[in-house]
Design a protein around this ligand. Structure first.
Ligand SMILES: O=C(O)CCC(=O)C(=O)O
Ligand SMILES: [Fe+2]
Length: 463
């Protein structure tokens, strides 16, 4: 199982200093809560999110698919009242295929299992505490505010293999987009799933999480692992997100902030300057997606809503009321380039393995294999495929140039890690495989309006 958030690099809260000015109760308030609330008051949604609310006509899977492809999954999509099981808010014109039962905490506990282990985050330190199971968590969740010792949050409990998980059907659009899910799908033509099975490659468990948050919980700014896109749908409660688009300069600031020692003292948005009109004009010239040209914003998420968060958006989350949410993460072809970029950011910000997408690099090789065998790509994802080829070439170059005097112990470890990520038993000879991929890319280049071969040079990505 992959844990979704890291407390790494975070300084401990100085409780002694807090004691001088705060009451014990206030120890449960994360230092950024106030700043979050002020930010929230200051912003409006405008055209920054595609909001589907009270549609006059049916909004179904087909319409959502059109919207996703029109926006290339670059802009957040929020569909209000999408879950028929949340009858208070459900809008019957919304007819999307997914199944998320609206269980309360007792039912969730029963369906997950009382003894099931639960990774619990201490909101103040943002670290996970061991030794919790569902029964203990249920008892804690049902306590009154006065009875609780601390504010705790559960955001990393994957439930695919529980009774609850088996009852949940993820949104059809997510199932269609999730490229790793596709690898494991039964496909008689390619028999891909059997090949993976024989090679001992198992599906990553990241599709179905249950999040259970006590009011006052706060999850500080982060990018979800491998820049995965997210679906997020509350059953109960009230959540608030602050979102920043993955503009290059936002990512640079984010990286520096992650590497600094004082995330608890520094409110990330205070480091991000407001975009000037002249900069917006310049970014437009560089083909920066229109959906990225904003200064960050807050959104409220209610029971029955379905939020589709695009790849690599920087976000923090505040819990207004005790909340239960079903959500999940997925890699998709439209966002392949940003997934690869997010992977480099994780390396640069020294994210621990346990907080990463499981076997990410292996899956990148397998995605390439799938694309070659399935002939499943076109001009629409041209740039993504070029990035894919560049990334894999780089991996291979690093491994094949391994050795020599300048190689440190760290380099050797890295080489063995990169080597073990190559699924040779599936893809066969690596240079031949890369050549095959290059030929395919060249073909799409020929059909594309993009500047062609120049793009194939291996970009230096030592972020
Ligand atoms: O709901 C929360 O507190 C955090 C949600 C989130 O962004 C995540 O789990 O990655
Ligand atoms: Fe997140």
């Amino acid at each position: 199982m992959s844990v979704r958030r890291s407390g790494r690099n975070r300084t401990r809260i100085d409780y002694a200093a807090l004691n001088e000015t705060h009451t014990i109760q206030e120890h449960n308030v994360h230092p950024h809560t106030q700043a979050f609330k002020e930010f929230h008051d200051a912003s409006t949604l405008d055209d920054k999110v595609c909001v589907i609310e009270n549609p006059l006509e049916t909004f179904d899977d087909e319409k959502l698919r059109d919207l996703v492809y029109k926006t290339r999954l670059l802009k957040p999509i929020l569909i209000r009242g999408a879950n028929p099981n949340v009858s208070d808010t459900y809008n019957s014109n919304i007819q999307l295929s997914f199944e998320i039962p609206a269980y309360d905490m007792d039912q969730v506990t029963e369906k997950v299992g009382e003894d099931h282990k639960v990774p619990v985050m201490d909101v103040m330190t943002q670290n996970n505490s061991p030794f919790w199971n569902m029964a203990k968590w249920r008892d804690y969740y049902q306590q009154s505010r006065e009875e609780r010792d601390k504010v705790r949050n559960v955001i990393s409990l994957e439930i695919s293999e529980t009774e609850l998980g088996r009852e949940i059907k993820i949104p059809k659009i997510v199932e269609d987009l999730d490229i790793v899910y596709k690898l494991f799908e039964d496909n008689s033509k390619l028999n891909f799933s059997q090949l993976l099975d024989e090679s001992g490659i198992v599906p990553p468990k990241v599709q179905k999480y249950i999040l259970m948050s006590i009011a006052g919980s706060y999850t500080d700014f982060h990018i979800d692992f491998a820049g995965t896109s997210v679906y997020y749908s509350p059953i109960s409660g009230h959540k608030q997100f602050i979102l920043f688009p993955p503009l290059k300069r936002n990512l640079e600031i984010y990286k520096k902030w992650c590497l600094s020692d004082d995330q608890n003292k520094t409110w990330l948005p205070s480091l991000i300057p407001t975009l000037k009109q002249s900069e917006i004009a310049r970014l437009r010239q560089t083909r920066t997606p229109e959906a990225y040209l904003n200064n960050g914003f807050a959104i409220d998420i209610f029971p029955g809503d379905l939020l589709l968060l695009p790849s690599m958006w920087i976000h923090s989350v505040y819990t207004k009321e005790n909340s239960i949410i079903i959500g999940g993460n997925y890699l998709n072809l439209l966002s392949l380039k940003t997934h690869l970029q997010a992977h480099q950011i994780e390396i640069a910000t020294r994210v621990d393995e346990q907080f990463k997408f499981p076997n990410f690099v292996k899956f990148v090789w397998l995605i390439a294999y799938y694309l070659i065998k399935n002939n499943d790509y076109d001009e629409a994802i041209h740039e993504e495929i070029v990035s894919l080829l560049n990334f894999l070439k780089e991996q291979w170059t690093f491994v094949s140039k391994a050795g020599g005097k300048s190689f440190t112990r760290r380099d050797r470890l890295l080489v063995s890690k990169i080597k073990s990520a190559i699924p040779k038993e599936v893809i066969g000879d690596v240079p031949a495989f890369l050549e095959e991929l290059k030929i395919k890319v060249d073909k799409t280049c020929d059909n594309s309006e993009e500047p062609t071969r120049k793009k194939l040079k291996v970009e230096n990505s030592n972020t």
